[in-house]
Design a protein around this ligand. Structure first.
Ligand code: AMP
Length: 218
């Protein structure tokens, strides 16, 4: 099964992608994670993307199309993938269509996490941080570790925040979403595989709604 999670920054794509991978054994493909890994490793792609990402702008279609094309050929992705943060432009959506057709693979569903409340998105993003060791996600107000400064999951004591989760970069990221990414809602509706889920609902409720959508497709 091959799925896209679509939604603005802070809509919960990463959180939901992780829970679907656990439930269904699919691989989460986050272009944001891939680009951050490239940046940390100091590769050429990482160096080219670094400043663009810090400002909250979009990296060029060519770069992201190439990293996705490479990744979906890996053996662990054979069972299926959940794309989180890709495609983000019409150009990327068209490139993905060709990529899948060339590999005789199909797209099963596009799940849009709908959050029409920019203030809530900014609140979510500006308070979030992760355990530096295992990646478990936390939030300053809505999800703190049970013991202050200690990760619930792995006991790690170091945490990190994304540079582009600042209020300033978030403005640019939201603009990029409305201008470049939101036209994909119409595109995938026309293709007949868009499913909308209320991204303001409780995390467990969203998980259940997505599971219901996927169960009907299986
Ligand atoms: P994310 O982790 O999905 O929020 O992505 C973080 C940043 O990486 C974005 O703000 C962009 O700068 C870049 N990025 C991630 N995915 C894409 C994409 N599909 N197209 C262009 N830029 C991307």
């Amino acid at each position: 099964m091959n799925i896209i999670l679509l939604g603005p920054p802070g809509s919960g794509k990463g959180t939901q992608a992780r829970s679907i991978t656990e439930a269904r054994g699919l691989v989460q493909l986050s272009t944001g994670d891939m680009l951050r890994a490239a940046k940390d490793a100091g590769t050429e792609v990482g160096l080219r993307a670094k400043d663009i990402m810090a400002k909250g702008k979009l990296v060029s279609d060519d770069i992201v199309n190439e990293i996705v094309a490479e990744r979906i050929d890996a053996p662990d992705v054979r069972k299926g993938f959940i794309l989180d943060g890709y495609p983000r432009t019409l150009g990327q959506a068209i490139a993905l269509k060709t990529m899948l057709a060339d590999r005789r693979r199909k797209l099963d569903a596009v799940i849009e996490l709908r959050v029409e409340d920019d203030e809530e998105l900014v609140r979510r993003v500006s308070g979030r941080y992760t355990c530096a060791k295992c990646g478990e996600g936390y939030h300053d107000t809505s999800k703190q570790p049970r013991k202050a400064g200690v990760c619930d999951k792995c006991g790690g004591t170091e945490f990190k925040r994304r540079a582009d989760d600042s209020a300033e970069a978030m403005k640019t990221r939201l603009l990029a979403y409305y201008k470049e990414t939101s036209p994909l809602i119409g595109y995938y509706t026309a293709m007949g595989n868009l499913f909308q889920v209320d991204g303001l609902a409780d995390i467990k409720v969203i998980e259940k709604r997505i599971a219901d959508v996927l169960a009907k497709l299986a």
